[in-house]
Each structure stands twice: as C-alpha cells, then as structure tokens.
Design a protein. Sequence first.
Length: 94
Amino acid sequence: MRLAVRVTPKGGRDAVDGWAIDDAGRAYLKVRVSAAPADGEANAAVIALLAKSLKVPRSAVRLVAGETARLKMLQIEGLEPETLAAAFGPSPGI
C-alpha cells in the first residue's frame, strides 16, 4: 500500500498528528519528527516511527518519492487498510 505523508522535521518529538486533505482532495498523514532534515535523518526517523506504529519491520517501509520534499510517498509492504485505520484512525481518502 502507498501512503502519502507530510513531514515536519525538527518538530520537537516523534509523533503522528492525524490525517489531513490537500487542496486537490488527496488524504495524507501528518507526521512530525525531532530529527533534522539533513543527511536523510528525518526520512529515517519517519520510516522508524511508521514501522513501529504499524507494527511492521522497517524493511517493509520504503520511501518511493519526495526524498527532499515535505510531502513524501511511502510504500508499505503487506499493509492492509484495516491496520492503517486501527493505528491512525480512518483516512478521509480510503
């Protein structure tokens, strides 16, 4: 499953802040991490946070787009919509 995520680096703590919808009507998950956006630290922190929250191995979470952007696309192997909803609440776009 692909998951759109909007990341706030240097956000003070590692946390998922829920769902939001962009101007085009697409749902994304708001995530904040304490890591700085340098040398891929924030991306690694996002992957670790989502893997832990979804109870999947880190190797199952892969960044497929947006390496240097705030809006990223992640591929999460073996993730079912029910698991996603149980972890973060129902998505407005799923």
